[in-house]
Design a protein around this ligand. Sequence first.
Ligand SMILES: Cc1cc2nc3c(=O)[nH]c(=O)nc-3n(C[C@H](O)[C@H](O)[C@H](O)COP(=O)(O)OP(=O)(O)OC[C@H]3O[C@@H](n4cnc5c(N)ncnc54)[C@H](O)[C@@H]3O)c2cc1C
Length: 463
Amino acid sequence: VAWIEELRAALGPERVRTDAGDLRAVSRDASPLHGAPACLAYPEEREHVERALQIAAEAGVAIVARGGGTSLAAGAIPPAGALVLAFNRMARVRELDAEERTALVEPGLTNFALDALARRHGLRYAPDPSSRRVSMIGGNIATNAGGLHCLAHGVTTDHVLGVEVVLTDGSVAWLDALDAPDMRALVVGSEGTLAVVTAALLSLLPVPEATGMVVCGFSRLEQAGEVAESIVRAGLPASALEYIDETMLGVISKMSPGVLPSGVEAALIVEVETLHESLDEALATIEALVAEAGGSSRRAVGSAEQTRIWEARRTSGGAFGLLFPDSYTHDFAVPRDRIVEVLRGVSAITEAHRVEVVTVAHLGDGNIHPKIVYDGREAGAYERVIDASNAILELVLAHGGTLSGEHGIGLEKLGAMGRQFSPAELDMLRAVRASFDPEGILNPDKAVPLAGDEARRGVFAHA
Ligand SMILES: Cc1cc2nc3c(=O)[nH]c(=O)nc-3n(C[C@H](O)[C@H](O)[C@H](O)COP(=O)(O)OP(=O)(O)OC[C@H]3O[C@@H](n4cnc5c(N)ncnc54)[C@H](O)[C@@H]3O)c2cc1C
Protein backbone atom coordinates (compact mmCIF):
# COMPACT_ATOMS: atom_id res chain seq x y z
CA VAL A 1 0.00 0.00 0.00
CA ALA A 2 1.53 3.29 -1.14
CA TRP A 3 0.84 5.39 1.99
CA ILE A 4 2.29 2.70 4.27
CA GLU A 5 5.44 2.54 2.14
CA GLU A 6 5.70 6.31 2.31
CA LEU A 7 5.31 6.15 6.09
CA ARG A 8 8.07 3.53 6.33
CA ALA A 9 10.39 5.72 4.34
CA ALA A 10 9.57 8.79 6.45
CA LEU A 11 9.66 7.24 9.95
CA GLY A 12 12.06 4.35 9.38
CA PRO A 13 10.91 0.72 8.96
CA GLU A 14 11.54 -0.09 12.63
CA ARG A 15 8.75 2.30 13.63
CA VAL A 16 6.07 1.00 11.26
CA ARG A 17 4.32 -2.37 11.69
CA THR A 18 1.75 -4.19 9.61
CA ASP A 19 1.96 -7.80 10.75
CA ALA A 20 -1.24 -9.39 12.02
CA GLY A 21 -0.06 -9.93 15.62
CA ASP A 22 0.97 -6.31 16.11
CA LEU A 23 -2.25 -5.05 14.54
CA ARG A 24 -4.37 -7.37 16.66
CA ALA A 25 -2.79 -5.98 19.82
CA VAL A 26 -3.99 -2.47 18.99
CA SER A 27 -7.36 -3.48 17.55
CA ARG A 28 -8.90 -3.52 21.03
CA ASP A 29 -8.97 -1.47 24.20
CA ALA A 30 -10.67 -2.20 27.55
CA SER A 31 -14.18 -1.98 26.00
CA PRO A 32 -16.08 -4.93 24.47
CA LEU A 33 -15.62 -3.56 20.89
CA HIS A 34 -12.82 -4.11 18.38
CA GLY A 35 -11.52 -2.63 15.13
CA ALA A 36 -9.30 -3.48 12.17
CA PRO A 37 -6.31 -1.15 11.71
CA ALA A 38 -4.12 -1.38 8.60
CA CYS A 39 -0.92 -0.02 10.14
CA LEU A 40 0.71 0.73 13.48
CA ALA A 41 3.41 3.36 13.93
CA TYR A 42 5.54 4.18 16.97
CA PRO A 43 6.57 7.84 16.75
CA GLU A 44 9.61 8.76 18.83
CA GLU A 45 9.78 12.46 17.99
CA ARG A 46 7.18 15.12 17.28
CA GLU A 47 8.45 15.25 13.69
CA HIS A 48 7.37 11.61 13.25
CA VAL A 49 3.83 12.59 14.25
CA GLU A 50 3.87 15.56 11.86
CA ARG A 51 4.95 13.36 8.93
CA ALA A 52 2.52 10.57 9.83
CA LEU A 53 -0.40 13.01 9.89
CA GLN A 54 0.60 14.59 6.59
CA ILE A 55 0.90 11.21 4.88
CA ALA A 56 -2.33 9.79 6.32
CA ALA A 57 -4.27 13.00 5.61
CA GLU A 58 -3.13 13.02 2.00
CA ALA A 59 -4.22 9.40 1.60
CA GLY A 60 -7.52 10.07 3.43
CA VAL A 61 -6.68 7.45 6.06
CA ALA A 62 -8.17 7.60 9.58
CA ILE A 63 -5.68 8.19 12.41
CA VAL A 64 -6.14 6.94 15.96
CA ALA A 65 -3.73 8.14 18.65
CA ARG A 66 -3.25 5.45 21.26
CA GLY A 67 -1.98 5.65 24.84
CA GLY A 68 -2.26 2.74 27.25
CA GLY A 69 -5.33 1.31 25.47
CA THR A 70 -7.33 1.32 28.72
CA SER A 71 -10.33 3.18 27.32
CA LEU A 72 -13.53 1.65 28.60
CA ALA A 73 -15.53 3.76 26.13
CA ALA A 74 -14.03 2.19 22.98
CA GLY A 75 -12.16 5.47 22.45
CA ALA A 76 -9.03 3.80 21.08
CA ILE A 77 -10.76 1.36 18.70
CA PRO A 78 -9.37 1.89 15.19
CA PRO A 79 -11.83 2.03 12.27
CA ALA A 80 -11.14 -0.40 9.39
CA GLY A 81 -7.96 0.53 7.52
CA ALA A 82 -6.82 3.11 10.09
CA LEU A 83 -3.32 4.14 11.09
CA VAL A 84 -2.70 3.74 14.84
CA LEU A 85 -0.09 6.05 16.38
CA ALA A 86 1.05 4.34 19.58
CA PHE A 87 2.89 6.63 21.99
CA ASN A 88 4.84 4.05 24.03
CA ARG A 89 8.16 5.40 22.72
CA MET A 90 7.38 9.07 23.37
CA ALA A 91 7.45 8.94 27.16
CA ARG A 92 10.13 11.45 28.16
CA VAL A 93 9.92 14.03 30.91
CA ARG A 94 11.31 17.05 29.07
CA GLU A 95 11.52 19.16 32.22
CA LEU A 96 10.39 19.03 35.84
CA ASP A 97 10.57 22.39 37.58
CA ALA A 98 10.10 21.69 41.29
CA GLU A 99 10.01 25.39 42.20
CA GLU A 100 7.38 26.28 39.62
CA ARG A 101 5.68 22.92 40.35
CA THR A 102 5.33 22.02 36.68
CA ALA A 103 6.34 19.15 34.42
CA LEU A 104 6.65 19.23 30.64
CA VAL A 105 6.08 15.66 29.51
CA GLU A 106 5.44 13.55 26.43
CA PRO A 107 2.11 11.75 25.92
CA GLY A 108 3.40 8.19 26.38
CA LEU A 109 4.48 8.73 30.00
CA THR A 110 2.24 6.76 32.33
CA ASN A 111 0.26 8.66 34.93
CA PHE A 112 1.96 6.60 37.65
CA ALA A 113 5.50 7.31 36.39
CA LEU A 114 4.84 11.06 36.46
CA ASP A 115 3.43 10.91 39.98
CA ALA A 116 6.32 8.76 41.21
CA LEU A 117 8.84 11.21 39.78
CA ALA A 118 7.01 14.21 41.26
CA ARG A 119 7.02 12.55 44.70
CA ARG A 120 10.81 12.52 44.68
CA HIS A 121 10.49 16.32 44.80
CA GLY A 122 7.81 16.39 47.52
CA LEU A 123 5.17 16.93 44.83
CA ARG A 124 2.46 14.83 43.18
CA TYR A 125 0.33 14.67 40.05
CA ALA A 126 -3.21 14.87 41.38
CA PRO A 127 -5.49 13.23 38.74
CA ASP A 128 -5.21 9.55 39.58
CA PRO A 129 -7.37 7.21 37.49
CA SER A 130 -7.39 3.65 38.82
CA SER A 131 -5.72 2.65 35.52
CA ARG A 132 -2.76 4.93 36.30
CA ARG A 133 -0.07 2.26 36.09
CA VAL A 134 -0.95 1.70 32.42
CA SER A 135 -2.87 4.73 31.19
CA MET A 136 -0.78 7.53 29.75
CA ILE A 137 -0.80 11.31 29.98
CA GLY A 138 -1.90 11.64 26.32
CA GLY A 139 -4.86 9.32 26.92
CA ASN A 140 -5.66 11.03 30.23
CA ILE A 141 -5.72 14.43 28.52
CA ALA A 142 -7.79 13.17 25.58
CA THR A 143 -10.40 11.71 27.96
CA ASN A 144 -10.10 14.41 30.64
CA ALA A 145 -9.59 11.55 33.08
CA GLY A 146 -10.79 11.68 36.66
CA GLY A 147 -9.72 9.59 39.61
CA LEU A 148 -10.06 8.85 43.26
CA HIS A 149 -8.79 12.26 44.38
CA CYS A 150 -10.70 14.44 41.92
CA LEU A 151 -13.21 15.31 44.63
CA ALA A 152 -10.65 17.66 46.17
CA HIS A 153 -8.42 18.52 43.24
CA GLY A 154 -10.51 18.44 40.08
CA VAL A 155 -10.04 16.38 36.93
CA THR A 156 -7.24 16.37 34.34
CA THR A 157 -8.22 19.66 32.68
CA ASP A 158 -7.61 21.47 35.99
CA HIS A 159 -3.95 20.40 35.85
CA VAL A 160 -3.11 21.00 32.17
CA LEU A 161 -1.35 24.35 31.73
CA GLY A 162 -0.67 23.90 28.03
CA VAL A 163 -0.54 21.34 25.25
CA GLU A 164 1.62 20.96 22.17
CA VAL A 165 -0.53 19.51 19.41
CA VAL A 166 -0.10 18.38 15.83
CA LEU A 167 -3.03 19.23 13.55
CA THR A 168 -4.20 17.08 10.64
CA ASP A 169 -2.15 19.00 8.09
CA GLY A 170 0.98 18.27 10.11
CA SER A 171 1.32 21.79 11.54
CA VAL A 172 2.18 22.29 15.20
CA ALA A 173 0.48 24.52 17.78
CA TRP A 174 1.02 25.33 21.44
CA LEU A 175 -2.33 25.88 23.19
CA ASP A 176 -1.94 27.59 26.53
CA ALA A 177 -4.29 27.91 29.48
CA LEU A 178 -3.44 31.63 29.59
CA ASP A 179 -4.53 32.18 25.98
CA ALA A 180 -7.80 33.98 25.43
CA PRO A 181 -9.79 32.24 24.09
CA ASP A 182 -8.51 29.07 25.77
CA MET A 183 -8.32 26.51 22.94
CA ARG A 184 -6.39 24.14 25.23
CA ALA A 185 -9.71 23.56 26.98
CA LEU A 186 -11.24 22.33 23.72
CA VAL A 187 -8.51 19.76 23.17
CA VAL A 188 -8.62 18.34 26.71
CA GLY A 189 -11.42 15.78 26.66
CA SER A 190 -11.79 15.80 22.86
CA GLU A 191 -10.91 12.09 22.64
CA GLY A 192 -8.31 12.45 19.90
CA THR A 193 -10.81 14.00 17.48
CA LEU A 194 -9.32 17.50 17.19
CA ALA A 195 -5.54 17.11 17.29
CA VAL A 196 -2.79 14.77 18.42
CA VAL A 197 -1.13 15.76 21.71
CA THR A 198 2.66 15.50 21.56
CA ALA A 199 3.56 17.23 24.86
CA ALA A 200 1.84 18.78 27.85
CA LEU A 201 2.80 21.21 30.58
CA LEU A 202 1.18 19.91 33.77
CA SER A 203 0.85 21.42 37.20
CA LEU A 204 2.04 19.47 40.23
CA LEU A 205 0.76 19.88 43.77
CA PRO A 206 2.65 19.66 47.05
CA VAL A 207 2.22 16.39 48.92
CA PRO A 208 -0.32 17.14 51.69
CA GLU A 209 0.98 17.72 55.22
CA ALA A 210 -1.27 15.08 56.78
CA THR A 211 -3.71 12.49 55.49
CA GLY A 212 -5.94 10.03 57.28
CA MET A 213 -8.76 7.68 56.40
CA VAL A 214 -11.95 6.36 57.84
CA VAL A 215 -13.07 3.04 56.38
CA CYS A 216 -16.79 2.61 56.99
CA GLY A 217 -19.26 -0.25 56.66
CA PHE A 218 -23.05 0.10 56.40
CA SER A 219 -25.77 -2.50 56.52
CA ARG A 220 -27.78 -0.35 54.10
CA LEU A 221 -26.73 1.67 51.09
CA GLU A 222 -28.93 4.59 52.21
CA GLN A 223 -26.68 5.09 55.25
CA ALA A 224 -23.61 5.40 53.02
CA GLY A 225 -25.41 7.98 50.86
CA GLU A 226 -26.42 9.96 53.96
CA VAL A 227 -22.86 10.03 55.34
CA ALA A 228 -21.35 11.04 51.99
CA GLU A 229 -23.82 13.90 51.71
CA SER A 230 -23.15 15.09 55.30
CA ILE A 231 -19.37 15.03 54.74
CA VAL A 232 -19.62 17.17 51.61
CA ARG A 233 -22.19 19.54 53.14
CA ALA A 234 -20.14 19.99 56.32
CA GLY A 235 -17.22 21.17 54.16
CA LEU A 236 -14.88 18.59 55.70
CA PRO A 237 -11.50 18.36 53.91
CA ALA A 238 -12.40 15.05 52.22
CA SER A 239 -10.02 14.29 49.34
CA ALA A 240 -11.71 11.02 48.34
CA LEU A 241 -15.07 9.43 49.03
CA GLU A 242 -15.14 5.98 47.49
CA TYR A 243 -18.16 3.69 47.56
CA ILE A 244 -17.83 -0.08 47.15
CA ASP A 245 -20.79 -2.46 47.07
CA GLU A 246 -21.13 -5.82 48.78
CA THR A 247 -20.19 -7.97 45.77
CA MET A 248 -17.09 -5.91 44.99
CA LEU A 249 -16.06 -6.09 48.67
CA GLY A 250 -16.21 -9.88 48.30
CA VAL A 251 -14.07 -9.70 45.14
CA ILE A 252 -11.48 -7.44 46.80
CA SER A 253 -11.32 -9.64 49.91
CA LYS A 254 -10.09 -12.50 47.72
CA MET A 255 -6.98 -10.46 46.76
CA SER A 256 -6.64 -8.36 49.93
CA PRO A 257 -8.33 -10.19 52.82
CA GLY A 258 -9.33 -8.15 55.87
CA VAL A 259 -8.49 -4.73 54.43
CA LEU A 260 -12.07 -3.56 53.78
CA PRO A 261 -15.30 -4.32 55.69
CA SER A 262 -17.21 -7.54 55.04
CA GLY A 263 -20.82 -8.59 55.62
CA VAL A 264 -22.16 -5.11 54.83
CA GLU A 265 -24.25 -3.78 51.94
CA ALA A 266 -21.95 -0.81 51.34
CA ALA A 267 -18.51 0.47 52.32
CA LEU A 268 -17.07 3.96 52.10
CA ILE A 269 -13.42 4.89 52.08
CA VAL A 270 -13.17 8.48 53.22
CA GLU A 271 -9.79 10.14 52.94
CA VAL A 272 -8.95 13.48 54.50
CA GLU A 273 -6.06 15.78 53.52
CA THR A 274 -5.27 18.58 55.90
CA LEU A 275 -2.76 20.12 58.34
CA HIS A 276 -1.33 17.99 61.17
CA GLU A 277 -3.21 19.92 63.83
CA SER A 278 -6.60 19.55 62.12
CA LEU A 279 -6.42 15.86 61.19
CA ASP A 280 -7.69 14.31 64.40
CA GLU A 281 -10.71 16.60 64.58
CA ALA A 282 -11.67 15.97 60.94
CA LEU A 283 -11.45 12.18 61.36
CA ALA A 284 -13.41 12.30 64.65
CA THR A 285 -16.17 14.34 62.97
CA ILE A 286 -16.45 11.74 60.20
CA GLU A 287 -16.53 8.89 62.72
CA ALA A 288 -19.33 10.67 64.58
CA LEU A 289 -21.33 11.09 61.35
CA VAL A 290 -20.90 7.38 60.57
CA ALA A 291 -22.01 6.37 64.07
CA GLU A 292 -25.02 8.69 63.85
CA ALA A 293 -26.07 6.97 60.60
CA GLY A 294 -25.72 3.56 62.29
CA GLY A 295 -22.53 2.44 60.46
CA SER A 296 -19.24 1.07 61.73
CA SER A 297 -15.86 2.68 61.14
CA ARG A 298 -12.13 2.09 61.43
CA ARG A 299 -9.51 4.82 61.34
CA ALA A 300 -6.28 4.47 59.32
CA VAL A 301 -3.53 7.03 59.78
CA GLY A 302 -0.13 5.44 59.08
CA SER A 303 1.02 5.74 55.45
CA ALA A 304 1.56 1.96 55.11
CA GLU A 305 -2.00 1.22 56.19
CA GLN A 306 -3.44 3.92 53.93
CA THR A 307 -1.46 2.61 50.96
CA ARG A 308 -2.75 -0.90 51.69
CA ILE A 309 -6.33 0.37 51.57
CA TRP A 310 -5.85 2.28 48.30
CA GLU A 311 -4.04 -0.64 46.69
CA ALA A 312 -6.91 -2.95 47.66
CA ARG A 313 -9.39 -0.53 46.06
CA ARG A 314 -7.27 0.02 42.96
CA THR A 315 -6.66 -3.66 42.31
CA SER A 316 -10.40 -4.33 42.34
CA GLY A 317 -10.39 -4.23 38.51
CA GLY A 318 -7.78 -6.97 38.27
CA ALA A 319 -9.33 -9.09 41.02
CA PHE A 320 -12.62 -8.77 39.25
CA GLY A 321 -11.18 -10.06 35.97
CA LEU A 322 -10.10 -13.23 37.72
CA LEU A 323 -13.64 -14.03 38.85
CA PHE A 324 -15.89 -12.98 36.02
CA PRO A 325 -15.29 -13.93 32.38
CA ASP A 326 -16.76 -10.75 30.88
CA SER A 327 -18.01 -7.43 32.12
CA TYR A 328 -19.42 -4.20 30.78
CA THR A 329 -18.55 -1.09 32.81
CA HIS A 330 -20.98 1.80 33.03
CA ASP A 331 -19.73 5.32 33.63
CA PHE A 332 -22.18 8.09 34.43
CA ALA A 333 -22.60 10.96 36.84
CA VAL A 334 -25.79 11.94 38.64
CA PRO A 335 -26.54 14.75 41.09
CA ARG A 336 -25.47 13.64 44.58
CA ASP A 337 -28.99 13.69 45.98
CA ARG A 338 -30.06 11.12 43.35
CA ILE A 339 -27.25 8.62 43.89
CA VAL A 340 -29.06 6.22 46.20
CA GLU A 341 -32.24 6.22 44.11
CA VAL A 342 -30.24 5.54 40.95
CA LEU A 343 -28.20 2.74 42.58
CA ARG A 344 -31.42 1.09 43.78
CA GLY A 345 -32.88 1.55 40.27
CA VAL A 346 -29.82 -0.07 38.67
CA SER A 347 -30.24 -3.10 40.95
CA ALA A 348 -33.91 -3.42 40.00
CA ILE A 349 -33.09 -3.18 36.27
CA THR A 350 -30.32 -5.76 36.37
CA GLU A 351 -32.47 -8.14 38.40
CA ALA A 352 -35.28 -7.81 35.86
CA HIS A 353 -32.84 -8.59 33.02
CA ARG A 354 -31.28 -11.53 34.88
CA VAL A 355 -27.76 -10.11 34.93
CA GLU A 356 -25.45 -9.51 37.88
CA VAL A 357 -24.15 -6.04 38.76
CA VAL A 358 -21.15 -4.97 40.84
CA THR A 359 -20.65 -1.29 41.66
CA VAL A 360 -17.92 1.11 42.70
CA ALA A 361 -18.39 4.89 42.72
CA HIS A 362 -16.57 8.13 43.35
CA LEU A 363 -19.50 9.13 45.55
CA GLY A 364 -18.49 12.72 46.29
CA ASP A 365 -18.60 13.50 42.55
CA GLY A 366 -21.76 11.45 41.89
CA ASN A 367 -19.66 9.40 39.44
CA ILE A 368 -20.91 5.82 39.39
CA HIS A 369 -19.52 2.69 37.75
CA PRO A 370 -21.87 -0.29 37.83
CA LYS A 371 -20.19 -3.24 36.11
CA ILE A 372 -22.52 -5.80 34.60
CA VAL A 373 -20.88 -9.20 34.69
CA TYR A 374 -21.71 -11.98 32.27
CA ASP A 375 -20.33 -14.92 30.38
CA GLY A 376 -20.06 -13.96 26.71
CA ARG A 377 -20.08 -17.64 25.69
CA GLU A 378 -23.65 -18.00 26.92
CA ALA A 379 -26.17 -17.46 24.10
CA GLY A 380 -28.12 -14.22 24.55
CA ALA A 381 -26.05 -13.04 27.54
CA TYR A 382 -24.49 -9.99 25.83
CA GLU A 383 -27.91 -8.99 24.42
CA ARG A 384 -29.39 -9.07 27.94
CA VAL A 385 -26.51 -6.91 29.17
CA ILE A 386 -27.15 -4.33 26.45
CA ASP A 387 -30.90 -4.29 27.09
CA ALA A 388 -30.25 -3.72 30.80
CA SER A 389 -27.64 -1.08 29.96
CA ASN A 390 -30.08 0.75 27.76
CA ALA A 391 -32.61 0.87 30.59
CA ILE A 392 -29.86 2.13 32.93
CA LEU A 393 -29.04 4.98 30.53
CA GLU A 394 -32.72 5.97 30.49
CA LEU A 395 -32.81 5.94 34.30
CA VAL A 396 -29.66 8.06 34.61
CA LEU A 397 -30.80 10.68 32.10
CA ALA A 398 -34.26 10.83 33.72
CA HIS A 399 -32.51 11.71 37.01
CA GLY A 400 -30.57 14.58 35.44
CA GLY A 401 -27.41 12.52 34.95
CA THR A 402 -24.84 12.50 32.14
CA LEU A 403 -23.91 9.83 29.59
CA SER A 404 -20.32 9.82 30.82
CA GLY A 405 -18.79 10.60 34.19
CA GLU A 406 -15.12 10.32 33.23
CA HIS A 407 -14.45 7.63 30.61
CA GLY A 408 -15.74 9.67 27.67
CA ILE A 409 -18.14 8.84 24.84
CA GLY A 410 -15.79 7.01 22.48
CA LEU A 411 -17.46 4.70 20.01
CA GLU A 412 -19.32 3.08 22.91
CA LYS A 413 -21.89 5.84 23.41
CA LEU A 414 -21.78 7.51 19.99
CA GLY A 415 -25.30 6.27 19.24
CA ALA A 416 -26.60 7.63 22.55
CA MET A 417 -25.35 11.23 22.17
CA GLY A 418 -28.70 12.39 20.83
CA ARG A 419 -30.33 11.31 24.08
CA GLN A 420 -28.38 13.86 26.14
CA PHE A 421 -27.61 16.60 23.59
CA SER A 422 -30.08 18.59 21.50
CA PRO A 423 -29.70 18.75 17.68
CA ALA A 424 -28.35 22.31 18.05
CA GLU A 425 -25.73 21.17 20.57
CA LEU A 426 -24.67 18.29 18.32
CA ASP A 427 -24.34 20.72 15.38
CA MET A 428 -22.07 22.87 17.55
CA LEU A 429 -19.88 19.88 18.38
CA ARG A 430 -19.65 18.97 14.68
CA ALA A 431 -18.69 22.54 13.78
CA VAL A 432 -15.89 22.62 16.38
CA ARG A 433 -14.59 19.32 15.12
CA ALA A 434 -14.72 20.40 11.48
CA SER A 435 -12.79 23.57 12.30
CA PHE A 436 -9.84 21.49 13.56
CA ASP A 437 -10.16 18.53 11.21
CA PRO A 438 -12.21 19.42 8.09
CA GLU A 439 -11.75 15.99 6.47
CA GLY A 440 -12.78 14.16 9.66
CA ILE A 441 -9.83 11.76 9.73
CA LEU A 442 -8.86 12.04 13.42
CA ASN A 443 -10.51 9.21 15.38
CA PRO A 444 -13.52 9.59 13.08
CA ASP A 445 -16.17 7.45 14.73
CA LYS A 446 -15.71 8.71 18.30
CA ALA A 447 -17.48 11.22 20.54
CA VAL A 448 -19.06 13.40 17.85
CA PRO A 449 -21.77 11.62 15.86
CA LEU A 450 -22.04 12.49 12.18
CA ALA A 451 -25.45 12.52 10.59
CA GLY A 452 -27.38 9.43 9.43
CA ASP A 453 -26.27 5.85 10.07
CA GLU A 454 -22.88 6.92 11.40
CA ALA A 455 -24.66 8.58 14.30
CA ARG A 456 -26.20 5.32 15.44
CA ARG A 457 -23.02 3.27 15.90
CA GLY A 458 -21.59 1.89 19.14
CA VAL A 459 -22.81 -0.27 21.99
CA PHE A 460 -26.24 1.38 21.92
CA ALA A 461 -26.56 1.17 18.14
CA HIS A 462 -29.76 -0.86 18.15
CA ALA A 463 -31.11 0.00 21.56
C1 LIG B 1 -9.17 -0.90 35.36
C2 LIG B 1 -9.50 0.47 34.82
C3 LIG B 1 -9.69 1.52 35.69
C4 LIG B 1 -10.00 2.80 35.20
N1 LIG B 1 -10.16 3.82 36.08
C5 LIG B 1 -10.41 5.07 35.61
C6 LIG B 1 -10.56 6.17 36.52
O1 LIG B 1 -10.47 6.03 37.75
N2 LIG B 1 -10.82 7.39 35.99
C7 LIG B 1 -10.93 7.60 34.62
O2 LIG B 1 -11.15 8.73 34.19
N3 LIG B 1 -10.79 6.57 33.75
C8 LIG B 1 -10.54 5.33 34.21
N4 LIG B 1 -10.41 4.29 33.32
C9 LIG B 1 -10.56 4.53 31.86
C10 LIG B 1 -9.21 4.87 31.14
O3 LIG B 1 -8.13 4.38 31.89
C11 LIG B 1 -9.06 6.38 30.94
O4 LIG B 1 -10.03 6.80 29.99
C12 LIG B 1 -7.65 6.80 30.49
O5 LIG B 1 -7.55 8.21 30.53
C13 LIG B 1 -7.27 6.31 29.09
O6 LIG B 1 -5.88 6.49 28.94
P1 LIG B 1 -5.03 5.59 27.93
O7 LIG B 1 -3.64 6.12 27.92
O8 LIG B 1 -5.20 4.17 28.23
O9 LIG B 1 -5.71 5.99 26.55
P2 LIG B 1 -6.27 5.06 25.38
O10 LIG B 1 -7.27 4.08 25.90
O11 LIG B 1 -5.15 4.53 24.57
O12 LIG B 1 -7.04 6.17 24.51
C14 LIG B 1 -8.12 6.87 25.04
C15 LIG B 1 -8.46 8.05 24.12
O13 LIG B 1 -7.40 8.98 24.11
C16 LIG B 1 -6.98 9.27 22.78
N5 LIG B 1 -5.54 9.55 22.84
C17 LIG B 1 -4.56 8.79 23.39
N6 LIG B 1 -3.37 9.41 23.27
C18 LIG B 1 -3.59 10.57 22.61
C19 LIG B 1 -2.75 11.64 22.15
N7 LIG B 1 -1.43 11.63 22.37
N8 LIG B 1 -3.32 12.67 21.50
C20 LIG B 1 -4.66 12.70 21.26
N9 LIG B 1 -5.49 11.72 21.65
C21 LIG B 1 -4.97 10.67 22.32
C22 LIG B 1 -7.34 8.01 22.02
O14 LIG B 1 -7.45 8.26 20.63
C23 LIG B 1 -8.65 7.63 22.66
O15 LIG B 1 -9.70 8.40 22.13
C24 LIG B 1 -10.11 3.00 33.79
C25 LIG B 1 -9.90 1.93 32.91
C26 LIG B 1 -9.60 0.68 33.40
C27 LIG B 1 -9.39 -0.44 32.43
